[in-house]
Design a protein around this ligand. Structure first.
Ligand SMILES: Cc1cc2nc3c(=O)[nH]c(=O)nc-3n(C[C@H](O)[C@H](O)[C@H](O)COP(=O)(O)OP(=O)(O)OC[C@H]3O[C@@H](n4cnc5c(N)ncnc54)[C@H](O)[C@@H]3O)c2cc1C
Ligand SMILES: NC(=O)c1ccc[n+]([C@@H]2O[C@H](COP(=O)([O-])OP(=O)(O)OC[C@H]3O[C@@H](n4cnc5c(N)ncnc54)[C@H](OP(=O)(O)O)[C@@H]3O)[C@@H](O)[C@H]2O)c1
Length: 501
């Protein structure tokens, strides 16, 4: 029996749990695995639940696949447990044979320009958390009094937030958007959304399918400045042309963008969405609140250098959403590469300060490779990490190393700590188990640690209670399959817990 803790129940964590069970069973000498999937939230699925836009229902349905992983008899959901506060890295390493960190990348990147912290200037992460009903977000956080909004960045998250701002909120009724958020979207005064790329349309990171959707929104006119679509206007070395030649996605984007630069757009729609290129943010204006955004025209010069031209324009906007990418945060005690904002690793094996693999520690997902790629990318990524882990296990099974020492040896799994196992055996309370269920708790190595801190984790059944409450709320409101509960109190009440987390 191999006991593994996976920290983070997003796609990377759950694909890792699935791969562990499957790959270990398929070994020439099959190994039984028990996986505890920890998450700081009482709800699983990470960004599938709190990132993927509510109007992207088919993508959200990946949760149905991930659900099967959590329902596997060898996998247990341990919600409401924050690594670094409720449990330490050392405690996890003492309690499990191996730990896989998969905590994603939840922090926004900064622009580093004046006015960035003015009221009315927000990270896209805050806006996404709000419309996705993240427990960290207050459902009253956004009132959308602005008539004109600037979204900085031209990746898929920028497209998501621009679409949610521009879309007729009636089209969100059947989604899981919390009711106070839907009410705020109905009351929104937003009429104009500018999406701003610091480089050209060929350099934009969004994907064509997501981009096209902007042109399909009812009552929304999409506008592009014809000179900014001209691939040679601001690019003297033809970088954009080369990108278009080599990348099908870029070609698809350019065709779509060019179609919006036609003079046929005459206005009259309820909302307007303008895509701008070759403009970088220089300053957010305002004294008590955002009142404008200063943009500097950029170019790629004849030497192939990208930079500003010293020519500026000011957009009169009352709200700015900074959608310039995500960043991972360090986990206390776990190595972290501050420059790349990832856990240093080789094929998922966590590397120590000398570049040596640390026994029993692995990493997967955005924390491993940075905040890029779609949900499916995390499946192959997690499978690679699990392959490394099982290769290390095979190495361990091959026998003692030099001098007869079994542990710790770089790159090999730890043996379970007998002391931690013995103490775990005495505690039956932590998973809500009574004395009769002591046998199960005895198998559970984290029990004593969490009980000692007064932490009662959220079980899978309690999560199902939250889901059921969401379905009940949707029914009561006459909306779709589920409506997310607004706020932590409602979530705790749904899983029969009065206390806050
Ligand atoms: C706004 C947004 C929209 C997206 N939309 C799409 C889309 O439509 N389609 C698509 O294919 N991809 C989409 N993506 C990308 C996709 O969501 C990511 O590829 C994927 O979620 C990354 O998986 P992960 O498991 O590494 O991280 P996450 O999904 O972020 O999961 C990390 C988990 O770790 C938990 N955690 C964090 N810190 C701790 C801690 N200290 N202790 C315990 N638990 C912790 C978190 O609560 C979370 O549940 C989107 C990304 C964003 C940001
Ligand atoms: N529907 C979907 O499939 C979906 C939805 C959402 C997210 N995702 C995925 O999630 C990942 C993260 O998406 P993302 O949109 O957050 O990141 P992203 O794709 O990396 O895009 C970030 C954007 O911010 C710009 N930027 C960075 N720093 C800037 C600065 N200082 N000033 C101005 N602009 C700046 C970048 O421009 P430069 O290129 O010039 O640096 C880029 O346009 C991506 O892989 C994405 O595909 C997928």
């Amino acid at each position: 029996m191999l006991n593994v803790a996976v920290v983070g129940s997003g796609p990377a964590g759950l694909y890792a749990a699935e791969a562990l069970v499957k790959q270990a069973a398929a070994l020439p000498e099959p190994v039984r695995v028990r996986v505890d999937v920890l998450d700081r939230l009482p709800t699983p699925y990470g960004l599938v639940r709190y990132g993927v836009a509510p109007d992207h229902k088919s993508i959200k349905s990946i949760a149905q696949y991930l659900r099967k992983v959590l329902e596997s008899p060898d996998v247990r959901f341990v919600g409401g447990v924050l690594l670094g506060e409720n449990v330490t890295r050392d405690e996890l390493l003492a309690a499990y044979d191996a730990v896989i960190y998969a905590t994603g990348a939840m922090r926004d990147r900064r622009l580093g320009i004046p006015g960035e912290d003015l009221p009315g200037s927000y990270a896209a992460t805050d806006f996404v958390n709000w419309y996705c009903g993240h427990p960290d977000s207050d459902s009253a956080a956004f009132t959308l009094d602005a008539e004109s909004v600037a979204v900085i960045g031209v990746g898929n998250v920028a497209v998501d937030v621009a679409r949610i701002l521009a879309r007729d909120p009636a089209e969100l009724h059947a989604t899981d958007v919390p009711q106070p958020v839907l009410d705020a979207l109905h009351a929104s005064k937003v009429r104009e959304v500018h999406v701003i790329g610091r480089r050209g349309p060929a350099h934009a990171k969004f994907t064509t399918k997501e981009l096209r959707e902007l042109g399909e929104l009812d009552g929304v006119e999409v506008v592009v400045h014809p000179d900014e679509v001209d691939l040679s206007a601001f690019d003297q070395v033809g970088e954009g042309t080369a990108l278009a030649e080599s990348d099908r996605r870029v070609r698809g984007n350019l065709v779509t963008i060019a179609s919006w630069a036609q003079p046929a757009h005459t206005g009259g729609a309820a909302r307007r969405l303008t895509l701008r290129f070759w403009l970088r943010p220089a300053e957010i204006l305002g004294t008590e609140h955002v009142s404008g955004l200063v943009l500097e025209r950029t170019v790629i010069d004849a030497a192939g250098r990208f930079g500003g031209t010293g020519s500026y324009e000011t957009l009169p906007v009352q709200m700015v959403l900074r959608s310039v990418g995500y960043q991972s945060v360090p986990l206390p005690g776990v190595p972290f590469d501050e420059r790349a904002s990832v856990v240093p690793n080789a094929a998922g094996r966590v590397l120590g300060p000398e570049g040596q693999p640390l026994p029993g520690e692995y990493v997967a997902g955005w924390l491993k490779r940075g905040p890029t790629g779609v949900i499916g990318t995390n499946k192959s990524d997690a499978a690679e990490t699990v392959r490394s882990l099982l290769e290390d296990l095979a190495g361990l099974a091959a026998g003692p190393g030099e001098g007869g020492t079994l542990l710790p040896r770089p790159g090999l799994l730890r043996y379970p700590d007998p002391v931690a196992e013995a103490t775990a055996g005495g505690v039956a309370a932590a998973m809500g188990a009574d004395a009769a269920a002591g046998a199960e708790a005895a198998e559970w190595p984290l029990a004593s640690v969490l009980a000692g801190r007064g932490v009662t984790p959220v079980s899978y059944d309690e999560w199902l209670c939250i889901e059921a409450a969401e379905a009940e709320l949707a029914k009561a409101l006459g909306r779709g399959e589920r409506v997310k509960l607004a706020g932590r109190d409602a979530i705790w009440a749904a899983c029969r817990r009065p206390e806050a987390f």
